[in-house]
Design a protein. Sequence first.
Length: 281
Amino acid sequence: MYRHVLMLCLFLGIRLACTAQTATSWEDAKDQGLALKKIKIVHEHLQALPDIFNLFPNLEEVDFSNNRIQSLPPSFYSCKKLKVINFFNNQLAVINDSIAAFQDLEYISLNANELVQVSAALFSLPRLTEIHLRHNQIKHLSNYDKTNSALKKVDISFNKIDSLPASIYNEKKLSYLDAYNNELAFISSDIKNLSSLKFLFLGRNHLKYIPEELAFCNLLQELDLVYCGVINLPQSLSYLPKLELVYIDNRTIPFYSNLRMRYRQTIQVIPNGQYPYRFSQ
């Protein structure tokens, strides 16, 4: 009996310790101080964050989604151990060079904000695996320098981006690139360097052509070209061994099916106005 009580107390102690590392209010956060690992304050109509993040040097995750935050306080960048940042559905307009402070960052969501400018330093972060910038007002992404890349997923859909940064074609681990609904006029032949690419979404852009070199992306599985601006698709796409789904519109002239791939490859013609039409949307 004594042993069972001891085990129960130990279990409850571990649960309380784990819970105590997460704060859902500023009072909780200040009480935990150095022990704090995560702050989650969502749907609270926050317009600003208090400049007290220097009190939480061991903070690893923040979730301030669904608020009205317009800017970040200087002390926010003192949290050098942050791995996850979520500002989904806020009112941020600029991500400046201070973002370079987060060298351990692995995931960031800035979807559904009012961003017009994003520092190249964001894409340079060495441990970042996912960048989500969907539904903003970004017009341009600058080139960036990086010595070690972990980037696997980039979502920049529903912006006003005119071109992809040349540096992005060097992301050897990038498997998911969603640039749907932008103002892209050009995709570089360097796309052949994206050897891990599996999902590529370029619909609703102003492209003049799809480079033949896309056929070097041998792992490509899904390709969205609905109203991307292109009329003729390169025949080389028919030789992609893992390509399963290609989305086009009724103006597009598809490539001829490869007999060896005919049971794998499916070309779907999407009527104008149909949305969504793929799972990721």
